[in-house]
Design a protein around this ligand. Structure first.
Ligand SMILES: [Zn+2]
Length: 649
């Protein structure tokens, strides 16, 4: 369920192949996955394709093979669904009928498990827990990424599939050795002979019992080499087909999910789709983002859907950030709980009717949020603050954009990468957050205060106009004290009980809570404490004000977009050919774990840096008067429901 984790997992890979500009970069994508059970092999292909077409989807992700083949296969140990009607080829028939209606088909494989007959014949292909036990889940045996099933048998399986079927892409589920099974039981590290031998030859020691840095590198390399093998096979057999998956350096489409899980810690992350798609499209701008909106609440209840407005918000966020609309359901399109499908249907209809706006978008944002592959509270706090402030930004996991894309400001969640040194020296503006010292000199560290509870005192209210009503910001967590003077200073822990004694002993210090200085030709602000995480968890106005005023202080020419919009209206600024697109996603229907219809908003004033002659609101179908004031073009959106798209020319 934690699809986003894969971003972190594959960071640091070098590009295995140049990005390809296939159909997935040229066409608007309205993707639907019918995640079939093997019993669905008896489905009626014509009926499924008609339903997909009526849903206005144009790409179908359909079960093809692996655990169960949905076509007659001749490859030994490739298990054919026993529900496959004799003489029929459901996958092939769906593919033919879908192509005839202009619907592309991506085949889904799951190579992570297979059946007992393969285990009995080739026990060396399989995952082994400590002590040598195989992992058996509902009768299926877990394969090992370094074993012969992945390395040899899968190539035979995929060769047959690719030679026989003109697929538009392939997707792989559960690619890699998982840490736990579907029930959440930890599996440990695979201790099969292949893993043992390969690990020993690379690291000169035995496999550890739980993952360490060497093991993570080992597994990453195994996944990478296997992904590259599959990518080469696809490109040799079906050069126009896309590889879809979670290794973004290798795949053509970067896959992720917006999902829920009943035991995941709250709060819900209402920007899940924006986060995933912004990250994929800004880090890998020449690849498409497939962020699948999962209809169900969690694995044990795949037939019960999440709230309808949650589905709609995820879909609008997907397309607002330049990704595909993508929805998953389990089984065919005939659902017991039809709420997710019904919520998505009008969204897909509208996206089809206006599909010329939903291909070839790229971010026009001039602020970048560097997440470095992390998806934690620090990243989310900064992400949410920027969204609430309506500052157009893109999330990046690496620094490949350096030298290719202008950035007025880079905001870093966590330790700064060394390569930013040159960017700042050359005149760049950077806001660093977190107690990790940057790898360039911003002051000599004095003391790391571990897990401390204190305050920061605002000493310069001219620098922080948002904080005119407070002299204090609270803090807890780690704080790195460095040498220097500062407009924000640390107040260490003091007594907080009983009330008679609260803080009567506190002592101000000169220890900086903010390092603000010129560096080379650039300028840096560094908050050496966990402000992003604190904002995510507590939404303190003092923390928001600190960040907001620092962003405004650092932006050399002011904000790219100014607006009167409510903080819960997400505004995304994109470029498409010679026009700009301003997406408005109204999140005001979200509260705690509930999603209701968005509260309608009225008279939203927007100013965008640049010269534009015309503004057209596509959903309401109205032309909006544009006024040019200095470097900004302004318009007023009369009304906003759940979503609006304004075209600027
Ligand atoms: Zn193994």
């Amino acid at each position: 369920m934690r699809a986003t984790i894969f971003f972190a997992f594959f960071i640091g890979m070098t590009a295995a192949s140049a990005a390809r500009q296939g159909w997935w970069m040229r066409e608007p994508i309205r993707w639907v996955q019918t995640n079939l059970r093997e019993t669905d092999a008896a489905l009626e292909p014509g009926r499924l394709v008609s339903q997909v077409a009526a849903f206005d989807a144009n790409v179908l992700l359909m079960a093809m093979g692996g655990i169960s083949a949905f076509y007659p296969t001749r490859v030994k140990f490739h298990h054919q669904s026993q529900y496959l009607p004799k003489g029929r080829d459901p996958f092939g028939e769906v593919l033919r009928l879908a192509h005839a209606r202009g619907i592309r088909v991506v085949g889904r494989f799951d190579l992570s498990k297979t059946h007992k007959e393969a285990f009995d014949a080739h026990p060396e292909w399989f995952f082994r827990q400590a002590g040598g036990r195989p992992v058996v889940y509902n009768g299926l045996y877990q394969t090992c990424l370094n074993g012969g099933y992945y390395r040899e048998k899968s190539i035979e399986i995929l060769t047959e599939a690719l030679e026989r079927y003109d697929v538009d892409g392939l997707f792989f589920n559960m690619f890699s050795n998982p840490a736990s099974d579907y029930s959440g039981n930890p599996l440990g590290i695979c201790q099969c002979d292949n893993c043992k031998r390969l690990f020993r030859s690379r690291f000169g020691r035995e496999l550890p019992l739980s993952p360490d840095a060497d093991y993570r590198a080992f597994l990453r390399e195994s996944a990478r080499s296997m992904s590259e093998t599959i990518a080469r096979l696809i490109r040799s057999k079906r050069p126009n087909a896309a590889l879809v998956g979670t290794s973004p350096d290798i795949t053509d489409m970067v896959f992720s999910e917006s999902n829920t899980a009943v035991r995941r810690p709250l709060p819900l992350w209402p920007y899940a789709s924006s986060d995933n798609v912004s990250r994929a499209r800004n880090t890998y701008p020449h690849k498409m983002a497939i962020n699948q909106c999962m209809s169900f609440i969690d694995f044990p209840w795949r037939f019960a859907t999440v709230p309808q407005e949650e589905i709609r918000i995820r879909l609008w966020q997907n397309v607002a950030h330049g990704g595909a609309a993508a929805l998953n359901m389990h089984g065919t399109m005939e659902q017991e709980d039809r709420m997710a499908l019904e919520a998505a249907r009008p969204v897909y209809r509208w996206l089809k009717e206006h599909q010329e706006y939903y291909a070839g978008q790229s971010s026009a944002a001039r602020v970048l949020l560097f997440a470095g592959g992390r998806d934690d509270a620090a990243v989310r706090g900064l992400f949410r603050l920027l969204a609430e402030e309506h500052i157009p930004f893109g999330t990046v996991d690496n620094l490949d954009w350096l030298g290719k894309r202008d950035a007025d400001l880079v905001i870093v969640a966590g330790p700064a990468p060394r390569e930013l040194d040159r960017f700042i020296q050359d005149g760049g503006r950077v806001l660093l957050t977190g107690p990790g010292a940057p790898p360039f000199d911003l002051g000599k560290p004095v003391k790391l205060w571990k897990d401390v509870q204190g305050y920061f005192r605002i000493r310069d209210h001219a620098l922080f106009p948002s904080l005119r009503s407070t002299n204090l910001a609270f803090m807890y967590g780690d704080y790195l004290e460095v040498e220097g003077r500062s407009p924000v200073t640390f107040i260490p822990p003091s007594m907080f009980g009983p009330p008679e004694l609260v803080h009567v002993d506190w002592k101000d210090t000169d220890a900086p809570g903010l390092i603000l200085r010129n560096y080379g030709r650039g300028r840096v602000a560094w908050l050496p404490w966990e402000i992003g995480k604190l904002y995510y968890l507590h939404s303190s106005q003092a923390h928001a004000g600190l960040l907001r005023d620092l962003v405004d202080h650092l932006l050399p020419d002011g904000r790219q977009l100014k607006t009167s919009a409510h903080p819960l209206v997400e505004i995304v600024l994109m470029r498409q050919g010679d026009r700009h697109l301003v997406h408005f996603v109204n999140l005001s229907g979200h509260s705690q774990t509930a999603y209701f219809d968005a509260v309608p908003m009225r008279q939203i004033r927007v100013q965008v840096a640049g010269r534009f002659r015309s503004a057209r609101a596509l959903r309401s179908g109205s032309s909006l008067p544009v006024s040019q004031t200095g470097p900004y073009a302004g318009f007023t959106l009369p009304e906003l429901g759940g979503y609006e798209l304004v075209e600027l020319r």
